[in-house]
Design a protein around this ligand. Structure first.
Ligand code: TYM
Length: 332
């Protein structure tokens, strides 16, 4: 069976982009692949995290995965820092990846902003740790949202260079799995930037934990244009905000954007937005109920994570030993 690895940063509330772009796809893949899902807490600390908050976010993200339908018995769910081989392999990859490769990473440029001298070294080396996450398990497939594509290309480059330098096919060349109607969910306030945990405006995103009132309000206030919805997807061109809302509807309803337009062609946002809000509230309610139940039982969530850590270590340990051998680190 082929192996999947994917991760989420426990840096705050998960939002609809994380759910529709990634986690929901994981649920679909779990029957066909051996899956490893990770709360990447070492990635989270590349920017400042309040310690107490980080701990509770890590549990919360595990709960969100489980509540979304990721089966903790079938899959491995764990936090990255508890399998020290991630950090170890990341160091080795720091020595494989070239500065020029990392210099091209657009996510670093976005996150570091204008003042990159003040960004942490960890933020710069972030993609090497991500490659280590995946290759530590020799995963073959990585389901993510569109924004992670460049990082996965880097992961392929690292695997290729390592295999070439050490003259053996040690690491697989991973395949990104980017699919569904919502591979890039955009901000509700600005159709040109993606929905993100780090956006200062909470109105820009729908959090998995938002109550009915907030979801309805955020969708009502979402930026749109004054035109009615077109009858064909091509008519959404140049209408980023409209295309985004239609895409979200399609993803939630599990249909295509064209099917949404078949139902709503010619209608204005005065009709479409309430329909979208109702759908979002309905779909999220089920997950939220389960999340509340898990929040009341942190010991249960911790025991799932502990089991995940043990299983992940059992896979990682022999692989890191193999890597040590290949590169000539003495194992007396
Ligand atoms: P993170 O925590 O930013 O996001 C988790 C997942 O959600 C997807 N995503 C989106 N999809 C669609 N629209 C959006 N607006 C949106 N925002 C986020 C992301 O693509 C991702 O799949 N670097 C990763 C975490 C990571 C990882 C890994 C992923 C660390 N190691 C190894 C895969 C494999 C990240 O920051 O995801």
């Amino acid at each position: 069976m082929q192996r999947i690895f994917s991760g989420v940063q426990p840096t705050g509330n998960l939002h609809l982009g994380n759910y529709l772009g990634a986690i929901r796809n994981w649920v679909r893949l779990q029957n066909d692949y051996e899956c490893i899902f990770c709360m990447v807490d070492l990635h989270a600390i590349t920017v400042w995290q309040d310690p107490e908050q980080l701990r509770s976010n890590t549990r919360e993200v595990a709960a969100a995965m489980i509540a979304s339908g990721v089966d903790p018995h079938k899959n491995i769910i764990f936090n990255q820092s508890q399998v020290p081989q991630h950090a170890e392999l990341a160091w080795i990859f720091n020595c494989v990846a070239r500065l020029g490769w990392l210099d091209r990473m657009t996510q670093f440029k976005e996150k570091a902003g204008k003042d990159k001298e003040r960004a942490s070294v960890g933020l710069y080396a972030y993609p090497n740790l991500m490659a280590a996450d995946i290759l530590l398990y020799k995963a073959t497939h990585v389901p993510v949202g569109e924004d992670q594509k460049q990082h996965l290309e880097l992961c392929r480059d690292i695997a290729q260079k390592f295999n070439h330098d050490y003259k053996e096919e040690v690491f697989p060349i991973v395949e990104p799995l980017i699919f569904g109607e919502a591979t890039r969910v955009m901000s509700l306030r600005d159709g040109s930037s993606k929905m993100s945990k780090s956006d200062a405006s909470d109105a820009s995103r729908i959090n998995m934990t938002d109550d009915t009132d907030s979801i309805v309000k955020k969708i009502r206030k979402a930026r749109t244009d004054a035109e009615p919805l077109p009858s064909e997807v091509a008519g959404l061109k140049g209408r980023a905000e409209a295309a985004n809302l239609v895409g979200i509807y399609a993803a939630l309803q599990d249909c295509t954007s064209q099917q949404v337009l078949d139902d709503f062609r010619g209608q204005g946002f005065g009709t479409f937005k309430p329909a979208l809000a109702e759908l979002a509230v309905d779909k999220l309610a089920v997950i939220q109920g389960e999340m509340r139940r898990l929040r009341d039982d942190p010991a249960h969530v911790d025991s799932i994570i502990r089991t995940g850590v043990e299983k992940a270590r059992a896979i990682a340990e022999p692989i890191i030993r193999e890597i040590h051998g290949k590169i000539g680190l003495l194992q007396p």
